[in-house]
Ligand binder design. Structure first.
Ligand code: GLN
Length: 540
């Protein structure tokens, strides 16, 4: 099945003890270490749930849906990978159990396995291996960071571990490296960190036939050397392959900590490879320096309806962070629930903010709160950045005010509104399936010379990532343009409004796309950067 002469090396990441210990971030950071050494790095995240993709899941369940260039709706960890390694991923980079089973069952229906009984081993595991090898082939990467979602011991992740075990034998042990990321619980009464759960988790992994080559031990407290020695002894890994990773002030420090423990060298030695170039950490160090030594602070309000779970807006938060750091400012986010604004709460927090972001979203709840935030920003000339739904609500507010009709709306929320300024896209009209059917992925956008958008981007055409069903209704273009709405970004055929902004306002701009997905730590997105620049300037 797997080619024996494959050049790609695989670095497998599994999680132990508990989830959410930063396995994705660690893998992304290690990817960056290898990229800094001149290698081509690929990524694959294996998610053990039965959804085909996270696109249909509530943000409360899963956090943000990260959209790729090709329109794939993926796990938010892919965002960490893109940002940390500074690469563009594609749909092959996120595999779910739902996709694997759908493929196997569809082949069974076509008669591909005629006569056979379809089983987890070998049919499901073969399909997993096929997908792993496919990403190696298409990415032509020297190294693939391959992360198994969840925690070792979960029933759901077993087929993945079995596939990885088989793959190791098929492509050769010198092509694979296993990193187990675990958590050391802290016992307050005795003031100590415990390694026992890590030992058990490694035992569990070994019972699946996988022996880790490296253990990354996470904890909130300092992890002393004797603990690493103990882990090495009980888990049968070299002492220098036990990497203590205490929770850091900022996760931009993770690559630097891995560097400090010579993780890159250890890995390359295992694979018998020499670095192709010397790592260049200057830009990254400047970033960490900006985190630790800010020259000023800035409050930005995010008005959304999933604000209890910050992961639901992780790329927005990151893009704001990148922009703040570029201006040597420390970012504080005032998380404001749009439903609260409707009830008269949260206004003080909104008024303290130097800028307001209204991010994307779906469904009726909290809509009027978002519109109220847009009204406040417009009337008080507070910098406002609307992302997808945030752009749509900016337009609704503008229409309500200038056409003096509070019934103006998006038909997503009021089918019978007399002023449907936001309406379903024509090619969405006959779609009933929910999964993967929105307008998704990269589309080009021409910028209008002289606009704030053109000033921010400094180029005339851009490509941005989308995820929506509704759009600006062109029937209202002329009348709203007369009132001062500027259509500063249009699809090349001029049919679709991609960016709208408000005249005579320092920065009130909304995008139908999601610029947050393309922002990078050392290269903030131009719109976020300009929004931040204006917010800082006006709040001086
Ligand atoms: N619900 C809106 C639409 O489908 C906005 C989507 C979004 O914010 N991603 O067009």
């Amino acid at each position: 099945m797997a080619e024996k002469n494959i050049q790609t090396k695989f670095i497998f990441f599994t999680g132990g003890v508990v989830s959410s210990v930063g396995k994705g971030l660690t893998a992304a950071s290690l990817g960056r270490l290898l990229k800094e050494r001149g290698f081509k790095v690929g990524v694959q995240k294996l998610d053990p749930y039965l959804n085909v993709d996270p696109g249909t899941m509530s943000p409360y369940q899963h956090g943000e849906v990260f959209v790729l260039d090709d329109g794939a709706e993926t796990d938010l960890d892919l965002g960490h990978y893109e940002r940390f390694i500074d690469i563009h991923l594609n749909k092959d980079c996120n595999v779910t159990t739902g996709q694997v089973y759908a493929e196997v069952i569809s082949k069974e229906r076509q008669g591909d396995y005629l006569g056979g009984t379809i089983q987890v081993i070998p049919h499901i595991t073969n399909e997993i291996k096929r997908r792993i090898m496919k990403v190696a082939e298409t990415s032509r990467a020297d190294f693939i960071m391959l992360e198994v979602g969840g925690t070792v011991g979960d029933i759901e992740s077993q087929p993945y571990l079995e596939a990885i075990r088989q793959l190791r034998n098929e492509i050769g042990r010198d092509h694979t490296f296993h990193i187990h990321v675990t958590w050391l619980p802290y016992i307050g009464a005795t003031n100590e960190l415990k390694t026992k759960p890590t030992q058990h988790s490694v035992r569990e992994l070994r019972s699946m036939g996988i022996t880790p080559n490296m253990i990354i031990a996470r904890a909130d407290q300092p992890i002393d050397d004797s603990l690493c020695e103990k882990i090495a002894l009980f888990c049968d890994v070299e002492k220098k392959a036990v990497i203590p990773m205490q929770t850091l002030n900022s996760y931009y420090e993770v690559p630097l900590v891995l560097e400090k423990y010579h993780v890159g060298e250890y890995l390359l030695e295992h694979f018998n490879r020499k670095p192709l170039k010397k790592p260049e950490w200057q830009q990254w160090n400047e970033l960490v320096d900006a985190v630790h030594n800010p020259e000023r602070e800035v409050n930005i309000a995010i008005v959304g309806k999933y604000v209890e779970l910050h992961d639901a807006y992780i790329s927005v938060r990151e893009a704001l962070n990148h922009a703040a750091l570029a201006h040597k400012a420390k970012l504080h986010i005032n998380w404001i629930h749009s439903c609260d604004l409707e009830k008269g709460n949260g206004w003080d927090e909104l008024k303290q903010a130097a800028g307001i972001v209204v991010p994307g979203g779906f469904g009726n709840r909290g809509i009027e709160g978002k519109i109220a935030a847009a009204r406040y920003a417009r009337e008080n000339k507070i910098p406002y950045l609307g992302l997808c739904l945030g752009m749509q609500m900016m337009v609704v507010e503008f229409t309500r005010f200038h056409l003096q009709n509070e019934k103006a709306n998006s038909t997503e929320f009021d089918e019978h509104t007399p002023l449907p300024v936001i309406d379903l896209m024509p090619d969405q009209k006959n779609i009933t399936d929910k999964g993967g059917t929105m307008r998704l992925g990269l589309y080009p956008c021409d910028l209008t010379p002289g606009s704030i958008a053109a000033r921010a981007y400094k180029i005339s055409q851009v490509e941005e990532r989308h995820r929506h069903r509704y759009e600006f209704n062109n029937a209202y273009r002329e009348v709203l343009a007369e009132k001062g709405l500027v259509f500063s970004g249009l699809s090349p055929d001029q049919r679709l409004v991609e960016i709208a902004e408000i005249k005579d306002h320092p920065f009130m701009l909304g995008t139908q796309f999601h610029p947050e997905f393309l922002s990078r730590p050392s290269r903030p997105h131009p719109l976020f950067n300009e929004f931040m620049r204006v917010a800082l300037e006006l709040s001086r």
